[in-house]
Design a protein around this ligand. Sequence first.
Ligand code: UD1
Length: 319
Amino acid sequence: MKTTIIVTGAAGFIGSHTCDRLLVEGHRVIGVDDLSSGRAANLEDASRDPGFAFEGFDLRAPGRFSALVEAARPAAIIHLAGLVSVQASIRDPRLNFSLNLELTHLVAEAAREQAVPRVVFASSAAIYGDFPHLPLREDIAPQPLTPYGAAKAASEQLLLGHARTYGFVARCQRYFNVFGPRQDPASPYSGVIAIFLDRMQAARSPVIYGDGGQTRDFVAVQDVARANVLAATRPGLASGVVNICSGRSTRLNDLAAALAAATGFGGPVTHAGAKPGDIRHSAGDPGRAREQLGFACEWSLADALAALAHSTRPAVAKS
Ligand code: UD1
């Protein structure tokens, strides 16, 4: 059934792909973003679709979000707005509290007041901290190591509690290492794939911190967007928490080699000292998302990297 869905953080990396996917499936989408970190250019495709409307305001503006929800009567809110940088959450825990917990409460309240049937929330593998037994399963008690991870864990509980008390469905999506088009490589805290790609396309060596034997579970943003749409629209879902991951472990050294193949980069890979606090291994168990959402990744890492390298314009070579 085609419905109206509100997406917060619509102009962000995951938000814009989620809007695109909803529109492809024929839903009406209202994207909300204050453009503080999201970019209007990310919504170029969506904005050409008559089913898309954009609302540019800060969710904390008094009464604005609630009034929008009241007018739109959405079947779901997909709440992706937040502070995305873990490092920024360490530097500024107050800002993290406001953007990664207060906003969740605001969205939960709007859902309660306007009887929105479903809320989908952008949670993170960061809630697991450095749990040593892999793959990571959803029933592990959260042990976040940063204000970012703590706010994500608290937001999950806040939403699930509101959902139980007031009778809506809350779906918490724990994203692993998401990558793909529109991920900003400019910040030193960007995802490793965006950074490596940017450097290789500018004929600069990527820097691997440590020996490159560390592993991550990389998931393509197009798959994440599809998982968000399933969480928002799949009939009959109860509240729950799921990993959004591929279930595959990739060593950093292998990632660098795959990206070199995808970009044609022939230069050397540089190694530097390991980052303090860097997690050695991370891999999620994708089983529960398969059971509850019918979700499994469709993109292999190699195909997604090849498509990404193809779609990204090489940067001007830097000195
Ligand atoms: C991700 C989050 C991080 C969070 C953690 C917890 C991102 C971008 N980061 O970190 O904020 O605390 O999950 O689950 O999503 N690397 C290099 N060279 C580089 C950049 C990175 O070798 O130029 C290495 C890192 O040291 C790390 C791996 O690549 O071992 C992945 O790094 P990154 O993409 O930052 O993600 P996480 O460390 O998993």
